[in-house]
Design a protein around this ligand. Structure first.
Ligand code: TXA
Ligand code: MG
Length: 347
């Protein structure tokens, strides 16, 4: 398939280009587009054939449901059976934004979207290109992250081109995404409001609106089975093996230094995932900086790009510094633990 790449400036949107992209969606094709979290791989969410092609392009298992993206709150009505009271406060405070809410689904949602579940995930992105594309398409857009299944989610046009060239009709390159991690997935279809995936909206922020919100036990305990199908898969994985160090930062730096010297002496090509505050402490290995510990949003923003960069550097093993897991740190550490396939050293 020939993939058309178009560049759109989010600060000066070319409506003709948006119309071209919306036409691809209306005709049942797939368009990759930027959101404020990561790039999405979008198709008409009410067109079963189109949605099937999303799973194919990503190589995604069919038991992992997709998020429907809308551009205004009214668009939700036909998609859900009911809107629980708690949802209004959340939508008002966090939409448009990086919060996905799980509702009981209505009958018009094809079961391929929900992987057979009786619930549907809905999100209203806060990105002008995404909003215009959804509005012009006049349908809810089903969109998983636009990476090949298992790889880190794309946060730059180049990442999408790397993974999706030749597999989909169109890629909108709109530059870098903002948050850099995916949306928080919040289940409001059950008695207890539960975060199934930590993301751009933190537990602390959510509790300002829903004090009794909890996190699915699997987020902090890897021996528990996740409630969200997507959380059980190997994810965000760089090509190289990765070991994540958590706990006291002085001890982390000491251990990574020691381990990197040992591995380099064994002839290994070693990558180190460091932070602004620690980067000058390392003397050997390929050192990439995720961002600043003082401003963990910068780490969220760069994390997936850094993971992809290590693939290009052909490292054999990555030694990564963990961060504190409160606020946005929860989502960062969730992705890092998965990228390390659970190889975590607690110090
Ligand atoms: O930020 C994001 O959410 C990005 C952008 C493109 O919007 N999208 C994204 O989609 O991350 P995806 O498909 O990579 O992840 C969706 C997650 C998966 O873990 C999936 O299992 C979960 O949401 N999910 C979707 N529908 C669900 C449902 N009905 N019940 C439980 N979990 C659901
Ligand atoms: Mg994904």
């Amino acid at each position: 398939m020939k993939t058309q790449i178009i560049k759109i400036d989010e600060k000066n949107i070319d409506e003709d280009l948006i119309s071209d992209a919306a036409n691809v969606i209306k005709e049942g094709g797939i368009v990759a587009f930027p959101t404020e979290t990561v790039y999405g791989l979008g198709a008409n969410g009410l067109d079963e054939e189109a949605v099937k092609n999303i799973y194919k392009a990503k190589g995604r298992p069919s038991d992992n449901p997709l998020i429907l993206h809308i551009s205004s709150i009214e668009e939700i009505d036909p998609l859900v059976e009911e809107i629980p009271k708690l949802a209004y406060g959340c939508m008002k405070r966090f939409w448009p934004g990086p919060l996905t809410i799980i509702f009981k689904k209505s009958k018009i949602i094809p079961s391929i979207i929900t992987a057979g579940l009786d619930t549907v995930a809905i999100r209203m992105p806060d990105h002008p290109i995404a909003s215009r594309l959804i509005a012009k398409s006049t349908v809810p857009i089903a969109a998983p992250s636009a990476n090949l299944s298992g790889k880190p989610s794309p946060t730059k046009g180049e990442h999408v081109i790397e993974d999706m060239m030749g597999k989909i009709e169109m890629i909108i390159d709109g530059g870098e995404t903002g948050v850099g991690l995916e949306s928080t997935v919040l289940d409001l279809s059950t008695e207890i409001p539960t975060i199934l995936r930590p993301g751009g909206i933190t537990l602390e922020e959510l509790r300002e609106v829903i004090p009794k919100a909890v996190q699915d036990a699997s987020i902090t305990d890897k021996d528990k089975t996740p409630k969200s199908p997507g959380q059980k898969y190997r994810h965000y994985a760089p090509d190289a093996e990765m070991i994540l160090y958590t706990g006291d930062i002085e001890e982390i730096v000491r251990q990574i230094k020691e381990q990197s010297i040992k591995l380099i002496n064994e002839g290994k090509n070693v990558g180190i995932m460091a932070t602004e505050e620690t980067k000058n402490r390392y003397r050997e290995g390929k050192i990439l900086v995720m961002g600043s510990r003082q401003k963990r949003e910068t780490i969220a923003h760069n994390l997936f790009d850094v993971l992809r960069s290590f693939d290009e550097l052909n490292v054999d093993i990555i030694l990564a510094e963990g961060v504190d897991s409160d606020n946005i740190g929860m989502a960062i550490m969730n992705r890092m633990v998965k990228a390390a396939s659970g190889q975590v050293i607690k110090l």
